[in-house]
Design a protein around this ligand. Structure first.
Ligand code: NAP
Length: 269
């Protein structure tokens, strides 16, 4: 059954102006879903909405909103209330790398708000109507980083562990409601994320195209509750189960420290 028949005709994607969110929007548009597109950069959203209307003959509504602010969350909730949103892609997020003691209070506040509070508030706003209709779905984007302690990106990893646990918990709560919940853990994916997070180079799981992560997620939706993209990443997420947390934290800390040293060397070259 196609996505429209399973979940209705409207989807909402956060972080739709770039990377994974833009790919979700383009793929959902190709599959005939009408879209509410949310992010801060209005021009990019308007361009994407125009492309989607022209190429896919769907309705596309751009909503420029900063999801770290109450006003932005309320703008999203108002836009969603005007349509029967049956598929929510809770995707917007950002990373930061370096010594935690150097991360500013403002960056900490924004990260916890965008990566943790926003997906929870958006889920709370949109899921009840799906439950009432006995149909709908949420895709929540976590990360391989959420499966283990991650020194040097400590807060980011912790925020993604929050997403992972939230998604896995909601999948069980909603199992008999007709609403599918899928948590997706991408590994390194070629988007604007790494430039913003200040870390370059890929991980031992390799580097994926965002289009592949999106297709993999849409295939898993309704069939699985957690999808870790790529076999090597699944192996990486499995290691914490066969070692101590202390050893895992040291291992991931060593890998991340090496990537950060490489990033700094590249910048200075
Ligand atoms: N790329 C990877 O390797 C990777 C790996 C694992 C998990 N992830 C997760 O995947 C998700 C998407 O990341 P990406 O790789 O696609 O990164 P990206 O290319 O940097 O895209 C991030 C999106 O989030 C939006 N965003 C950022 N701050 C926002 C705010 N305050 N309010 C509203 N929207 C905001 C950005 O739009 P504006 O700037 O226009 O607001 C953009 O559309 C994130 O949750 C990330 O943690 C990524």
């Amino acid at each position: 059954m196609d996505l429209r028949s399973r979940y209705g005709s409207w989807a909402l994607v956060t972080g739709a102006s770039a990377g994974l969110g833009e790919c979700f929007a383009r793929e959902l548009g190709r599959q005939g879903m009408n879209l509410i597109l949310v992010a801060r950069r209005a021009e990019r959203l308007e361009r994407l909405a125009a492309d989607l209307r022209r190429e896919c003959r769907i309705e596309a509504i751009p909503v420029a909103a900063d999801l770290t602010e109450e006003e932005g969350l309320q703008a999203l909730i108002r836009a969603a209330a005007e349509h029967e949103v049956g598929l929510l892609v809770n995707n917007a997020g950002f990373g930061w790398s370096g010594a935690f003691v150097e991360q500013t209070d403002e960056s900490i506040r924004r990260m916890v708000r965008l990566n943790c509070e926003a997906p929870a508030r958006i889920a709370r706003a949109l899921l009840p109507n799906m439950v009432r209709q006995s149909r709908g779905a949420m895709i929540l984007i976590a990360s391989v980083a959420g499966h283990m302690p991650t020194p040097w990106i400590s807060l980011y990893g912790a925020s993604k562990a929050f997403d992972l646990h939230l998604g896995e918990g909601l999948a069980v709560e909603l199992r008999s409601s007709g609403v599918d919940v899928l948590t997706v853990s991408p590994g390194h994916t070629r988007t604007e994320f790494h430039g913003a997070a200040g870390v370059s180079g890929s991980t031992i799981g390799g580097s994926a195209k965002p289009e592949d992560v999106v297709l993999d997620a849409l295939l898993a939706l309704g069939r699985k509750e957690l999808r870790v993209h790529r076999a090597l990443n699944r192996l990486l997420c499995w290691i914490p189960r066969i070692t101590t947390r202390r050893a895992m934290a040291s291992l991931s800390g060593a890998m991340l420290a090496r990537r950060l040293r490489r990033t700094h060397a590249e910048r200075e070259a």
